[in-house]
Design a binder for this molecule. Sequence first.
Ligand SMILES: [Zn+2]
Length: 591
Amino acid sequence: MALYPQQFIDDLKSHADIVTVIQDYVSLKKVGANYKGLCPFHGEKTPSFQVNRDKGFFHCFGCGVGGDVLKFLELHDKVGFQDAVKLLAQRFGMTLPQLEQTDDQRTNAAERETLLKIHEAAAAWFREQLASPAGARIRAQVADRGISPTTDNAMGLGFAPPARDALKQALLKQGFSQALLLRAGLLVERDDGRVIDRFRNRLMIPICRDTGSVIAFGGRAVDADQQPKYLNSPETPIYSKGRTLYGLNLSKSGIQQGGFAILVEGYFDFAQVHQAGYQSVVASCGTALTPQQAQQLRRFTSKIVLSFDPDAAGQGATAKSCEMLVAEGFDVNVATLPAGEDPDLYVRRHGRAAYGERLKESRPYLEYLLDRVAVLHDLQTDEGRVHFVSAMLPIAARIPDAAMRDRFADRIAFKARVTDEVVRAEIRRAAVQKQSTVRNRANTGFGQVTKAEKGLIWWLIHEPAPALAALADLEPIDLEGLAAREVLDLARKLNEDRGFSPSVLLERLNMVEAQLVTAVASESEPPVHDVESCAHDIRRLRLEREFAALQRSIEEAETTKSVDRETVVTRLLEERRYLMQRIAGLKFSTN
Ligand SMILES: [Zn+2]
């Protein structure tokens, strides 16, 4: 995708006063150096939403959101970055520059646009077929599933008739080429060379972007013996299964208002829950959730209630989804249903209010998991306890927040009836050690952000020059494993490319990083009074991490039976002594 030149964005942001823009939506009052108002992103009666005009950012102390003026528009109008730039330019009457596109990009953009038009036309055609006399049997099936006309309408359900190439003929007549219809995944080429409709004799469920454009279809069997039960569009230039959440187009406002998302498994679970008035529901459609899908959700919330068949909830795709969400820093709750019932069945059998109760009674996923795994082991025996603890540790290790991880490690110890304080400490330590290896993988949640990191961040926004100098003095390895590493790395990279300014930094941060940075920068006083101390402590933290790693190597070496065990251990102990001296020489200055 072509991008607006950075120069233009910089100009635009210097014209677009953040207070003026936000005042279009929120009434702000000047309080001291800042402007305050009621947060538009969560319901509140006393203002905790604050705008810093000089530094060009907003932050809410209630719900944590924050960012620059573009992030505000992205969040408020639920648009992407490029569209936020457009909106802002229009607001201030600035002419958008022509986007530089290569021939390839032009072709791709044109193709994508045609693919979207094809899907729009196909969805309309499927819908006509459902309304036609031939669709009567399918309409009856939809009604039998308890789907109201309103829900049917919102989901845009349709019908692909049994004929071999009815859709193909209809769309060719509308002027689309066979090649592009193939590319859209709506046709398939048979071995004998014949090109026919992919979806035949199926109830059609359009899959949309969160903006509402149809980009793919799910097709459900309508006869008892028809295989497969679900047939979906293949990956195409406009559709990637792993990046799409079903229903987000209908539920994004509901999610933002409710402050959480309900995650269900299938299209019909979605239909019933949505119809019951819980409009913050989305569906994963059977497979384990990907981090990209989690990112989609994070734009609107970081709280998720999973509502799945209880038999599925501890295992397979669901368990993977839960663990990934926990590792991505989401608050995950599980709402359990009676065995054998999914949300679709449950809402139809027991009604809206009963389902609401289930949601209310939902429990944190980790608690739920603890109980579930505990019953699989005999905690009366040592062996059972060991197995239980080792089953839970990898899960504990993936929790990004250190305090939460510690608490969970304690819960594991409690559940395993480990009362010995030494063993409890051991469990906590094991959870933390694993964390250090997990952390390097795309980790978007924040662990414990140290005071030194916060100090550097504060100075980067309020007085960049000394902070950048201190940052440039640190070695890349000093930042490894730090909770705010991505932010500091980004600042350093921008600085090396001579492109650092607080405004550009804020612009490039993702949602979660922006929350951290604006929370720190909103403090009127720096958390650490000089940047040198911050850098100093970050160096010391690195030595401490090395020390911990060395300690582990020593413990390992001591238990091996190799012939040179003695020499290895002696060398490691020597290294350790040296490291201890260096650490002793670097006193903490910020804590
Ligand atoms: Zn808020």
